[in-house]
Design a protein around this ligand. Structure first.
Ligand code: GUN
Ligand code: ZN
Length: 429
């Protein structure tokens, strides 16, 4: 049944300019795609009898796209590691070992996805554990919700406990089986997922690169240049590589389909090579401050002559919030510490249309536009007493978005729609 969703509509163009209607409407068809959007007075007659969800003055905008999150870490936010490697060894690998059990993974996938929706996130690029059952559980739950999800079985064959290790042959075979079973099914996509250079042998990185080259449309996700201890260890493990980027490059893991989480300590050469390859670096600010990894610089990555694509993500459970609003607020603070002041419009555009582009799903989500799926979040700028007081002095859209990212979190998410279907929240004007 066709439905009209009314509210203060907001989207971003491909050049990240805001498109904003104070009294806007979005028409959603039976198949969950947007048929029309624009100002309420111009709503075509054909849709005037349709059922209405009226969100009044709340903001109806594209759902957030989380460009880097770990499904099997959904319970372990706020684990106090000394640094990245200590945190992985002490907390993360034992927790991920539970996902060998398909029943456990299936139950966890339901909780994980409902948590994303509670926070207004409608699409994601996610890590699974090393276990095939973990990826199967997440694909299956996401398919049932009708959401856009890119994920993959983590490949890791060294420097971890045996319960979360595979081997080059098994890792590649199971990854390929998952790709064949799930890639392109509905809104699901596969990402070849070597965890990072520390936990994959040369043989496994080689297998991952060969696999990536053989799977049309697959993405690649891994971690890169996150912490000083990690970088020193990578140097020891790959003494012949020019730098960290070169480790992945020499195994064919660098391309426009590659997404690298963190990218904090990259050299000029590494940035130039990432830029040339068209790869993306995903900024994970709450994780970077929490684990003491460092301050990623957007201007450094974007430098003229060798700009690197940037996305933004929670990195739960190294990250400390599922909320992309809180994540944007923290990105703002991290950039300010590096001397750069991003606008709220810039960061909101990055978390929606920008991230959708990084995940190669911008043709179907990330904007409120006819032809895309109605993956939407409804934000209440007055959700808390502090936000409500702040709006009394907000004078512009930039002001409202800025206050939402600094002061907002899941309390500001009034409703979430995936493919036109409400998956979280109530309709109230
Ligand atoms: N590097 C390798 N694995 C991980 C992980 O799970 N989280 C973070 N933040 N960095 C990593
Ligand atoms: Zn991560």
């Amino acid at each position: 049944m066709t439905r009209v969703i009314k509210g203060q509509t907001l989207s971003f163009t491909s050049s990240h300019a805001p498109v904003h209607e104070e009294k806007g409407a979005v028409v959603v068809g039976d198949d969950g795609t947007i048929l029309w959007s624009g100002p309420q007075p111009l709503l075509p007659h054909a849709f005037r009898q349709a059922q209405v969800d009226d969100h009044g003055a709340k903001i109806v905008m594209p759902g957030f796209v989380d460009a880097h999150i770990h499904f099997p870490q959904y319970r372990m936010l706020a684990a106090p590691g000394k640094d990245l490697l200590d945190w992985l060894t002490r907390f993360t690998f034992p927790e991920e070992s539970r996902y060998a059990d398909p029943a456990y993974a299936a139950a966890a996938a339901e909780v994980f996805l409902s948590r994303l929706f509670q926070h207004g996130t409608t699409a994601a690029l996610a890590f699974c554990s090393v276990h095939k059952a973990c990826a199967e559980a997440l694909f299956s739950a996401a398919e049932q919700k009708g959401m856009a999800l890119v994920t993959g079985k983590t490949m890791m064959d060294r420097n971890a406990i045996p319960a979360v290790q595979d081997d080059p042959e098994t890792g590649a075979r199971e990854s390929e089986e998952l790709y064949r079973a799930w890639h392109g099914r509905g809104r699901l996509r596969y990402a070849v997922t070597p965890r990072f250079a520390i936990t994959s042998s040369e043989a496994q990185l080689k297998a991952a690169g060969e696999l990536l080259a053989s799977l049309p449309g697959a993405l690649m996700q891994t971690h890169l240049s996150e912490s000083p201890g990690e970088i020193a260890f990578v140097k020891q493990l790959f003494p012949d590589a020019r730098d960290y980027v070169d480790v992945y490059d020499r195994f064919g893991l660098l391309g426009g389909h590659s997404l690298f989480a963190h990218g904090i300590h990259l050299s000029e050469r590494e940035c130039a090579r990432l830029s040339e390859a068209g790869a993306s670096v995903i900024h994970c600010p709450t994780s970077n401050t929490f684990l003491g990894s460092g301050l990623m610089s957007m201007p450094h990555l974007r430098k003229a002559g060798r700009p690197v694509h940037i996305g933004v993500a929670t990195d739960v459970g190294g990250g400390t919030s599922y909320s992309m609003l809180a994540t944007l607020g923290e990105a703002y603070k991290v950039q300010m510490l590096g001397g750069y002041k991003p606008s709220a419009v810039e960061l909101f555009a990055m978390a929606t249309r920008g991230n959708a582009g990084r995940l190669r799903i911008a043709h179907e989500t990330g904007a409120v536009e006819a032809g895309k799926y109605a993956d939407l979040v409804v934000l209440d700028p007055c959700a808390t007493p502090v936000l409500a007081s702040r709006q009394e002095v907000s004078a512009s859209l930039e002001d409202v978005l800025f206050s939402l990212m600094i002061l907002g979190d899941d309390r500001a998410v009034s409703a979430t729609y995936v493919r036109g279907r409400k998956v979280h929240g109530q309709v109230t004007a």
